[in-house]
Design a protein around this ligand. Structure first.
Ligand SMILES: *Cc1c(COP(=O)(O)O)cnc(C)c1O
Length: 434
């Protein structure tokens, strides 16, 4: 693959950093998700759009039967543009405006309210004949994982109704009693760094609450559970672990009745579907030495590997070393910093990494970056969003390529930087002139 990418000139002087997505790998990941849940009577698997906000990815997933989980007007727009049916879209934004809620309800998109105030907005805005399924997000407060910024189910998480706070359970039960149209409970507990048992415990807590509400109301008002996503990904080697099957097993242990058909289920996986199906390739522009440390200055830095650069201990990435033709570099490994192009000292994607010696013109690969990396660009230093290419190795062993996203041009960068308003600040004049 790297030889082909190098030979086609996809990685060039003009485009020194590029993202790649493996279409067959994505198909296989979706197949393993479907297989893991095959015994569940009625499941809608949605893809968390923020993990790979690319229309061709969403269309591929929609063709494989998946819906979308969206959390902003932009994500809703690209899901619709990808051709995803509104009834297969779930809106989870934590800060929905009235306009956003109105539009979702008009389309028939499912809405999970984040809190009781949002339910009161829904009271006002929901048309009597709305086709939207409406749910309430709860935080089972089962605890966080190893990455604080990624933990959604801590005591003080900003998401959902905190269930263990005094009086909260009663308020939730009352909210359902007052709204016969409120028919779903939502919890998204996991995230990178969470053990399976903890995620499963969060789902179990949500299930018990649904049972309690239905018992109290004397009717099965809650008909579906949205159990979120959050399956962690192994960034250490090529193996996919934990698997969807292992997660479903943990769910079955924590909630033996979860798959008995009493509730239809919604899932919202992101990272676990895409991370291992993508990588970043970038050119080495210079190599240098500073204070006895070898540094390869590449074009992959914080603009495309933001979390890894800003939180290197929480988000380490494997790095591959290739020559300019895409052949793996061999040779005695020596510790090297893999630095990026951004103008701040910490723009380093790997510190003191043991790799064969890199030279100008070589290519570095950042593995497992199919989710939340090149699709989630940071516009630092006016660096362009890199191109993304889809690939598929066909039966003859040759690789087919397709453009998923064109690289951002300098004209586009200028336009997004206020070019149309170039005179704006000058033309305000000065106080002295008034
Ligand atoms: C981010 C998010 C997801 C997806 O999380 P992953 O860790 O990528 O699986 C699902 N649901 C909600 C509400 C989210 O915010």
């Amino acid at each position: 693959m790297m030889r082909r990418a190098a030979a086609t000139g996809l990685i060039s002087e003009a485009q020194p950093v590029v993202g790649f997505l493996d279409t067959e790998g994505i198909r296989a990941s979706v197949a393993s998700l479907n297989a893991a849940f095959a015994h569940a009577p009625d499941v809608l698997h949605t893809f968390a759009v923020k993990a790979a906000s690319l229309v061709p990815v969403l269309r591929l997933l929609a063709g494989l039967g998946m819906g979308c989980e969206v959390a902003s007007p932009g994500e809703l727009r690209i899901a619709l543009d990808a051709g995803v049916e509104p009834s297969r879209i779930v809106l989870d934004s934590p800060a929905k405006t009235r306009q956003e809620i109105r539009e979702a309800l008009a389309l028939g998109v499912a809405v999970n309210a984040d809190n009781l105030d949002e339910l009161r907005r829904l009271d006002e805005l929901r048309p009597a004949n709305s086709a939207s399924v409406v749910g309430l997000r709860v935080n089972p407060q089962v605890g966080g994982g190893s990455i604080g910024a990624m933990s959604t189910a801590t005591e003080t998480s900003k998401f959902g109704v905190a269930l263990r706070d005094p009086g909260a359970r009663d308020r939730v039960v009352r909210a359902f009693a007052e709204r016969p149209w409120l028919s779903r409970l939502h919890a998204h507990v996991g995230s990178q760094g969470c053990p399976l048992e903890l995620i499963a415990e969060g789902v179990a807590e949500t299930y018990r609450l649904a049972e309690e509400i239905n018992r109290t109301l004397g009717t099965r008002q809650i008909t579906s559970l949205d159990i979120g996503g959050g399956l962690p990904v192994n960034f250490d080697d090529d193996e996919t672990r934990p698997t969807f099957a292992a997660y479903v097993q943990a769910l079955g242990t924590a909630v033996p009745d979860l798959f008995d058909g009493r509730y239809t289920l919604v899932t919202e996986f992101g990272r676990s579907l895409l991370a291992k199906n993508g990588f970043i390739a970038a050119r080495v522009e210079y190599t240098k030495e500073a204070g006895g440390r070898r540094i390869a200055v590449t074009h992959a830095g914080a603009q495309t590997a933001t979390r890894t650069v800003l939180m290197p201990d929480a988000w380490p990435l494997r790095v591959g070393a290739f020559d300019a033709d895409g052949n793996p570099r061999t040779g005695t490994p020596l510790p090297q910093d893999i630095a990026g192009p951004c103008c701040f000292a910490g723009d380093v994607v790997a510190h003191g990494r043991e790799l064969p010696e890199l030279a100008e013109g070589d290519l570095v690969v950042l593995y497992d970056t199919g989710a939340y990396y090149f699709s989630t660009h940071w516009a630092y230093n006016s660096l362009p969003r890199p191109a993304v290419h889809g690939f598929m190795a066909d039966r003859t062993g040759s690789v087919r390529l397709t453009t998923v996203r064109a690289p951002q041009t300098l004209d586009e960068i200028a336009a997004e930087s206020g070019l149309a308003h170039a005179d704006a600040m000058v033309s305000l004049g000065t106080v002295a002139e008034i």
